[in-house]
Design a protein around this ligand. Structure first.
Ligand SMILES: Cc1ncc(COP(=O)(O)O)c(C=O)c1O
Length: 392
């Protein structure tokens, strides 16, 4: 077996995919003089709604804003409980606290990292008002079973689809005729990126109207155009809202990325194949399982370590990858172990053992559309080199 040779330069964990089309589109938006929310945002909202197959899309400045607005528009607040996963980014649960409700964690399934519907059911009480499942890493949460629970207990479903552009459940895109609300992220690392950005998708007209008004200070609808000839300077503040709207420079990037989605995804999948082929028969490496109902958008490449079969810890494994010039990440540090949550709720790591174990054994490898097969092969070789050196 040939000796592994460390490359000279650092490989980023994630990079945006910038083509001439993004540069031209953003230049046109800047030159147009309409920098705030305007025609490009409105056009993107139509395009994204059409793409997922939903009635309404509200362009926002983040997925966090979308998650918050979904709960706020439904009137969820103090005294209410909302169930979500501890294996997620802070935004999924922080936004529950932002409306004054209580986040209640339900543990995950170890094969997928997804919230486990059996655990959700155990956590439902008279106070439960909503479920916020996360389509972790680009897998779809079990929407069939979760919807059944929502029906049985009259709960609102607010899907966290930050990772789920292109994810499918039973062949249809997440967001296709949603039963509640679906929140997307277009943050710089996402499959569809515009720097910072997000969208709220729903088929519920009332929810869409309310969220739209709340997304811009609570201003009466149409007030974004108040400086144009057709607009009116007069507006009302219907309720104290937020400043969450998307704006046209963001939309100019998001529009191009949406149009390039198939090509960008194809290149992601080529890298995934390199990883899957390299790792499939290595007992030290645990690959993420894709449930039958799901098409994985491959936002993240999740690898777990069987540390009983290694002489080094997960953290040391990460250091070994860094020493080989590979940038990696962890998705996620279990949220119930963060001080904002331990201090408020007194959680211990073992309260959600699966999320904790997953979080302690996971490494996310570089995966993006500009990574390229050769770089993916380098990463795979680096992982295998470390396994060879430190296996038990
Ligand atoms: C699962 C999950 N939900 C929500 C968010 C928040 O997204 P944004 O940065 O667009 O607010 C993220 C961010 O990465 C995420 O990973």
């Amino acid at each position: 077996m040939s000796e592994f040779k460390v490359r000279d330069n650092w490989m980023a964990f994630c990079l945006p995919d910038i083509s001439e089309a993004e540069i031209e589109s953003v230049s046109a938006a800047v030159r147009s003089g309409w920098w705030a929310k305007g025609p490009r945002t409105i056009e993107f909202e139509k395009q994204f709604a059409e793409y997922v197959g939903a009635k309404y899309c509200i362009g926002l400045n983040s997925c966090t804003a979308a998650l918050h607005l979904a709960l706020a528009a439904k009137g969820i607040g103090p005294g209410d409980e909302v169930i979500t996963t501890p294996l997620t980014f802070a935004a999924s649960a922080n936004t529950i606290l932002h409306v004054g409700a209580t986040p209640v964690f339900a543990d995950i399934d170890m094969e997928t990292g997804l919230i486990d519907p059996v655990e959700i059911e155990k956590k439902i009480t008279k106070k439960t008002k909503a479920i916020v499942p996360v389509h972790y890493s680009g897998l779809a949460a079990d929407l069939g079973k979760i919807s059944e629970l929502c029906d049985a207990h009259n709960l609102f479903l607010s899907e966290d689809a930050a990772h789920a552009v292109e994810t499918r459940y039973n062949g249809e895109l997440i967001g296709h005729h949603p039963r509640g609300a679906v929140s997307y992220s277009f943050y710089a690392t996402k499959n569809l990126a515009c720097g910072e950005g997000g969208a709220l998708i729903t088929d519920d007209e009332e929810l869409a109207k309310k969220a739209r008004v709340l997304s811009c200070h609570g201003m009466s609808a149409g007030a974004w155009n108040r400086y144009g000839k057709e607009g009116s300077w007069r507006y009302d503040i219907e309720e104290p809202g937020y400043k969450y709207n998307m704006f046209d420079i963001q939309a100019s990037l998001a529009q191009v990325q949406l149009a390039r989605m198939d090509d960008m995804q194809r290149r992601r999948f080529e890298c995934v194949k390199v990883y899957e082929d390299a790792f499939k028969d290595v007992p030290q490496l645990i690959l993420q399982k894709t449930p039958e109902y799901c098409f994985h958008s491959r936002h993240l490449y999740i690898l777990r370590l069987d540390t009983k079969r290694l002489t080094i810890s997960r953290d040391q494994f990460i250091e070994e990858l860094k020493a080989r010039n590979v940038g990696v990440s962890v998705h996620f540090i279990a949220l119930h172990t963060m001080s904002a949550y331990t201090s408020r709720f007194g959680y211990k790591p073992e309260d959600f053992p699966n999320a904790y174990n997953y979080s302690e054994s996971e490494i996310s490898l570089p995966l993006y559309s500009t990574l390229g097969v050769d770089n993916a092969k380098y990463v795979a070789d680096a992982v295998l080199d470390i396994v060879r050196k430190y296996r038990r």
